[in-house]
Design a protein around this ligand. Structure first.
Ligand code: ADP
Length: 284
């Protein structure tokens, strides 16, 4: 009889623990939803006044009536540049909350890769010159002219990887090489067919082994102190990794401290004339 009672008792405790756990999980999920909604709403509300500040300060920098002094023009451009930085941080927060809430939509279409090198030179050429860092983008001959992906998101990921590469490289070079591989797998990603690899390599400060995984988490930076040398929010890589996954791919990292880093974006190489079924992102 006592054994039975003891068993009953244990069953009761276990059932209660399971109910508690379920309630706790529901609360966690709800808090996470509230957080994403709050971030999305707040970011949206902040963008509207900020856009007016940007437009008006840009007008001031043009000095159309020739009424502003050199000093005043300097102030106007500080307002414009700080506003632009703030806008890109807000956009990052908005993107992150969308990805985390599963609300980021991807639009797959045929993307022309032949234009990518000149496009990226347009974005980063001046910065490379100003920093005295060599910059090259190579498109290997086996790479198809067209492949299916979301062009805007592809550019967003590459711009993020390249601007990090420039940010953390004081001398030497930043290069991007695009290749097509028949197959690819690593510890965290197995491609189902051929892939395109976009390898962004720099000769910058490099990343220690213990930080190589951490930096893909939101708000993580190797130097997270307020006295840090480089600006930024620590959101770029987290967003880029999640976008890469939404596109069916992955970003991997190889690095050596003091020597440099290579961030490689792998994306499924779905070509126009492919025999495969057309790719539907909803299948992911
Ligand atoms: P942010 O650049 O805004 O800080 P990211 O998520 O893009 O945020 O990067 C997170 C951190 O990863 C950076 O703060 C930096 O410490 C490290 N990092 C990223 N790219 C590089 C790179 N190419 N070389 C060295 N460190 C890097």
């Amino acid at each position: 009889l006592t054994v039975n009672k003891e068993l009953e008792n244990q069953k009761y405790v276990a059932e209660n623990a399971a109910i508690e756990l379920e309630r706790y999980n529901e609360q966690l999920e709800q808090s996470s939803r509230y957080k994403s909604e709050f971030l999305a709403n707040m970011s949206h509300e902040l963008r509207t006044p900020l856009n007016s500040m940007l437009i008006l300060s840009q007008l001031l920098t043009e000095n159309r009536n020739h009424t502003l002094t050199e000093e005043e023009l300097g102030y106007a451009s500080v307002i414009y540049n700080s506003g632009s930085d703030l806008l890109s941080m807000i956009n990052d927060i908005l993107d992150l909350s969308k990805v985390e809430a599963g609300k980021m939509l991807v639009e797959m279409d045929a993307v022309n890769l032949t234009e990518l090198p000149s496009l990226l030179q347009g974005y980063f050429g001046k910065l490379a010159e100003a920093q005295n860092v060599e910059f090259n983008v190579t498109l290997n001959p086996e790479v198809p002219d067209l492949f299916f992906t979301d062009e805007m998101r592809l550019h967003q990921i590459l711009r993020n990887l390249l601007s990090n590469a420039f940010k953390f490289t004081e001398q030497g070079s930043v290069t991007m090489e695009i290749t097509k591989l028949a197959a690819y797998s690593d510890q965290s990603y197995i491609a189902e067919g051929p892939v395109l690899a976009f390898a962004v390599q720099d000769t910058g400060i490099g990343i220690s082994e213990e930080n190589r995984e951490l930096i893909f988490e939101a708000f993580r930076q190797v130097d997270g102190t307020t006295a840090r040398k480089f600006g930024g929010t620590g959101l770029g890589l987290s967003i880029s990794q999640q976008l890469a996954q939404l596109l069916g791919g992955h970003i991997s990292l190889e690095s050596e401290e003091g020597k440099g880093s290579t961030f490689t974006l792998y994306l499924p190489c779905r070509e126009l004339d492919s025999e495969e079924e057309p790719f539907h992102p909803a299948e992911l």
